[in-house]
Every structure is written in C-alpha cells, then in structure tokens.
Design a protein around this ligand. Structure first.
Ligand code: PGA
Length: 252
C-alpha cells in the first residue's frame, strides 16, 4: 500500500547554523509523535546533507537532496552525482522542480535521465510536475501534465515506476499563498493516477504516492491530504518553520 509522505524542500535557504537550529527543532518535534502513518523527508541544500543525516540517526525521518546531476561521476564541475548521494545514504531526491525547469532550463528529457541515475543508485526520485498559470488559463493543464509524466517517467518498467514518488505542484501555487483547492488537487492527482493505470495497471497506480505542493501549510494540509488521491505534500515555505512542518506531518 502506498505511503503517506511529507517532504520539506528547504530550497536555497539557511546558513549552516540556522540549518542546524531548524533540524534540531524538527527532530525534537518528531520525537514527540509517532510517525508510523507518515514518512517524513527533509531535503536541505547539498552542503547540509551530512548535518541533516546525522540528526536522522536517532529520530525517524529520511534525508533527500533537491537535485542531482544527469551525468555519472566525472569532469562536470559543480555537479553532484547520484553515486555521491548514495554514498551519503541519501534516500530521496527531488527532480524536475519547476524552479529547476524555469531557471536552469531542465527538460522532461533531463528529468528522465536524472530519474534513471537515481534509480540506479537506489535513491527514490520525487518527480515534480505542474502547469503554469497561463497553461491553466488556456485549459492546457491536463495536456502539460500528461507530457511531463509521459516524457519523464513512462520509459520505466513496472518495477521501477513503483519506486518513484510524484509531486503535483501547480506553478501558480508555489510560494504565492494561492493554494490549489482540494477539488483542483484531487482532480489532477486522479488524472495522474489514471495515466499510470492506463500505462501500467490499476494495481501499480495504487502503489504510487502522489504528493501535492504549492502553498501547502499547517492550515490547509488536513483538507488536502484527506482527498483520495493526495498522499501527502511537498512543502516549501512552511518547511522552514519547525512547528508548521511538524503540524503538517501530523495532518493525516
Ligand atoms: P511552497 O513551495 O510550499 O513555498 O509553495 C513548494 C515547493 O516549491 O516545493
């Protein structure tokens, strides 16, 4: 059965000391509640992975990266390979976040290559899809999401697709305070699950966690997570405040 997941995406935020303080507070909060119903993942910037990994040794949560190189180890200055992440016991990695697509021109093809690198190193990709405001206004959102899912993931076989987590993040909702309604989220999550069922099988589609991201916070998480096809959240801004993040993790 698919897992409930709450993943915090710290993006490019926090000094080393601030990161230390935040993870200490998050670990404290997690220690006080039973995380049996939810997998909590913290995705800090690369330089803090070890720090966060150390904190995860005595409290039950997982560590994720926010990006990975599409290349193997080698002469690729500035890149971090999947093998490096795996050698640091990283369990998850965000791929294809809309900010990477926008500012670093990542394509669905890049996403597919990164997914392959991660799976080869036994790291679970958290693959982000989502439409721009103009796509939604032009009623092209289903089309956009279909091509992101198909081109980024449908080369995978039946086993590998089940190792992937998908995050639906409407770009107009990210960091804007404009959360998708629970109905809008459910509609797209069901659409994605249906794409998976058509390509693979209904049983396989039922095994894949689909997270919602975009101004998800301690107030709206419960309603969103109560939707049949919403299996948790990828949290940006609210993941930078320990109390809010813990509250969201308790929202199932
Ligand atoms: P937000 O970001 O929660 O700040 O909207 C979510 C994300 O970009 O993953």
């Amino acid at each position: 059965m698919r897992r409930n997941i709450v993943a915090g995406n710290w993006k490019s935020n926090k000094s080393f000391n601030d990161a230390d303080e935040l993870i200490t507070d998050i670990a404290e909060g997690l220690r006080e509640f039973d995380t049996i119903d939810v997998d909590v993942i913290v995705c800090p910037p690369f330089p803090y992975l070890e720090l966060i990994g150390d904190a995860a040794e005595d409290v039950e949560f997982f560590v994720g990266a926010q990006n990975v190189s599409k290349f193997e180890d080698g002469a690729y200055t500035g890149e971090v390979s999947a093998r490096m992440l795996s050698s640091m016991n990283i369990d998850y990695c965000i791929v294809g976040h809309s900010e990477r697509r926008k500012y670093f021109y990542e394509t669905n093809q890049d996403v597919a290559e990164k997914v392959n690198r991660l799976l080869a190193e036994n790291i679970a990709p958290i693959v982000c899809v989502g439409e721009l405001l103009e796509d939604r206004e032009a009623e092209k959102h289903f089309e956009v999401i279909r091509s992101q899912v198909e081109e980024g993931l449908f080369h995978l076989n039946e086993n590998d697709i089940q190792r992937v987590i998908i995050a639906y993040e409407p770009v107009w909702a990210i960091g804007t305070g404009k959360t998708a309604t629970k109905e809008q989220a459910q509609e797209i999550h069901a659409f994605i699950r249906n794409l998976l069922a058509e390509k693979y099988s209904d049983d396989i589609a039922q095994e894949i966690s689909i997270l919602y991201g975009g101004s998800c916070n301690a107030k709206n998480a419960r309603d969103l997570f109560a939707q049949t096809d919403v299996d948790g959240g990828l949290i940006g801004g609210a993941a930078l405040k320990s109390e809010d993040f813990i509250e969201i993790a308790k929202s199932f």
